[in-house]
Design a protein around this ligand. Structure first.
Ligand SMILES: *[C@@H]1O[C@H](CO)[C@@H](O)[C@H](O)[C@H]1NC(C)=O
Ligand SMILES: *[C@@H]1O[C@H](CO)[C@@H](O)[C@H](O)[C@H]1NC(C)=O
Length: 261
């Protein structure tokens, strides 16, 4: 939920300047990110971290690894994976949406999801690390744009955000990965390095503004139409007359791979 709040702050800052942000593809790799990532070189994972894969077939027990879900009208397991929904609020207010937060924390690790984002401006599809104090590493989708970003202790420094139009992100599945290590974060798109940020590069005002606190893995879909600036950031507000019942994002699988020494 911190991300939701944070994102509205982000929106304020981005309203003026987001569109100057350059997307930077840092390098290329072949094959699935999970098999190609560099070997882990850091400290021990937090004790209660547990690696798992959820394939989101109709028999998946969503409560085994995830918590904080809204009631079952906001999600379902389908032959197309996990369907996260935002319901048409039918009148005023925001459409109720989806949040899946991992029960266990992880400190450094690799996460990967095969996803299709929600096909509507004004909504935010999210696959992120979120720590209790606002260390955050994001893949977020707004309209036809995908954004990567990271935050340190909830400080609203928006210079980390990087946005790029993918065009088919809501119609085709893509694989999105984040490799979080003590010295660098690497985002992967379809098995290729998409962006890399080193801890070294985050040094500012006497400290590293680098996410390092144990965090939950979160999947979410939320309505950003609450304030004008947030809606503008998310390419909204959403026009609900085009979506009489709900809008969905789909997740085929999630892999969570904790690092340990
Ligand atoms: C399910 O949750 C949504 C969102 O909070 C709410 O609008 C709806 O009334 C709830 N439905 C039931 C049956 O509790
Ligand atoms: C919302 O969508 C409807 C149906 O497509 C359209 O008639 C209406 O003009 C749209 N409203 C806005 C504000 O774009």
């Amino acid at each position: 939920m911190v991300s939701f709040k944070l994102s509205s702050v982000i929106a304020l800052a981005l309203a003026g300047s987001a569109l100057n942000i350059n997307a930077a593809a840092v390098g290329k790799r072949d094959g699935a990110a999970i098999d190609k990532r560099p070997s882990y070189t850091g400290v021990k994972a937090v004790d209660n971290c547990q690696s798992f894969t959820d394939n989101f077939d109709p028999n998946t027990d969503l409560h085994q690894h995830w918590e904080k879900m809204n009631n079952a009208s906001t999600y379902s397991l389908t032959s197309d994976g996990l369907e996260m929904k935002i319901l048409n609020p039918r009148g005023s207010g925001l459409g109720p949406g989806s949040l899946f937060s991992s029960k266990r924390l992880m400190q450094y690790g690799f996460i990967e999801a095969k996803m299709k984002s929600a096909p509507a401006g004004g909504l935010v599809t999210a696959f992120i690390f979120m720590s209790p104090n606002g260390d955050e590493i994001d893949w977020e989708w707004v309209g036809d744009e995908v954004q990567t970003a990271y935050y340190y202790q909830g400080i609203p420094d928006f210079s980390s955000a990087d946005a790029k139009a993918l065009k088919d992100q809501s119609t085709n599945y893509h694989t999105y990965g984040i490799d979080w290590q003590p010295d660098a974060i690497t985002w992967y798109l379809d098995g290729e390095v998409y962006r890399k940020v080193t801890k070294e590069s985050t040094y500012k005002d006497g400290e590293y503004h680098y996410p390092s606190e144990a965090a939950h893995v979160e999947l979410g879909l939320w309505d950003a139409s609450g304030s004008e600036s947030t809606a503008a950031w998310a390419h909204g507000p959403i026009n609900w007359s085009e979506h009489p019942d709900h809008v969905s994002a789909h997740v085929k699988y999630v892999k969570v791979d904790c690092y340990s020494s």
